[in-house]
Design a protein around this ligand. Structure first.
Ligand code: ADP
Length: 160
């Protein structure tokens, strides 16, 4: 049986921290789905189509990756895609409580799907999409934190 994992998130936008996790997870699984949540409730910074596009462009060198958006329950989407493992990133203790809760709820909803936590390399541990957005909106340079396609999109001002 093929080992398939999903790395879900809003990826608003994808950062070098996400990519660090993706590269490492893609080596462990036969296939890795990057599941981008539409996140309509959180009123996203970037439109879903733009997030999918720049995520695909940023990961074009990795073969066993599929970038998809979804707007239903994560475990239902994962089940439909024959996913056995949900990957989440843990940067700091502050991530832990929320992630612990999510993993527990997902386990209750579908006991066949495991959640696996991965820790980024130290140099990416402080990067978050929300800080990238803030730096960008305040006129700062985000090129240290995001891949080129994200930088280009932000520079072209396609933010809404
Ligand atoms: P969500 O809104 O679901 O938290 P994000 O796109 O912010 O979506 O994050 C997706 C996953 O990636 C989460 O598990 C988050 O903790 C993790 N993550 C975000 N930034 C980093 C980073 N710099 N290093 C490692 N993991 C990260």
């Amino acid at each position: 049986m093929k080992k398939i994992a999903i790395y879900p998130g809003s990826f608003d936008p994808i950062t070098n921290g996400h990519i660090d996790i993706i590269i490492r997870a893609s080596k462990i699984f036969d296939k890795l789905i990057i599941g981008i949540t539409q996140n309509n409730k959180k009123s996203p910074f970037l439109k879903i189509n733009d997030r999918v596009k720049i995520t695909k462009e940023s990961l074009k060198n990795i073969n066993n990756i599929e970038v998809l958006s979804f707007d239903n329950l994560l475990v239902d989407f994962a089940d439909k895609k024959n996913v056995q493992v949900i990957i989440r990133g843990l940067r700091a203790i502050s991530d832990f409580e929320h992630e612990f809760q999510l993993a527990g709820m997902n386990k209750s909803l579908n006991h066949k799907i495991e959640t696996l936590f991965m820790i980024p390399s130290e140099k990416y541990a402080n990067i978050s999409s929300s800080i990238v957005r803030e730096i960008f909106l305040l006129g700062g340079d985000v090129n240290l934190f995001v891949p080129k396609p994200v930088e280009n999109l932000l520079k072209n001002n396609l933010t809404k």
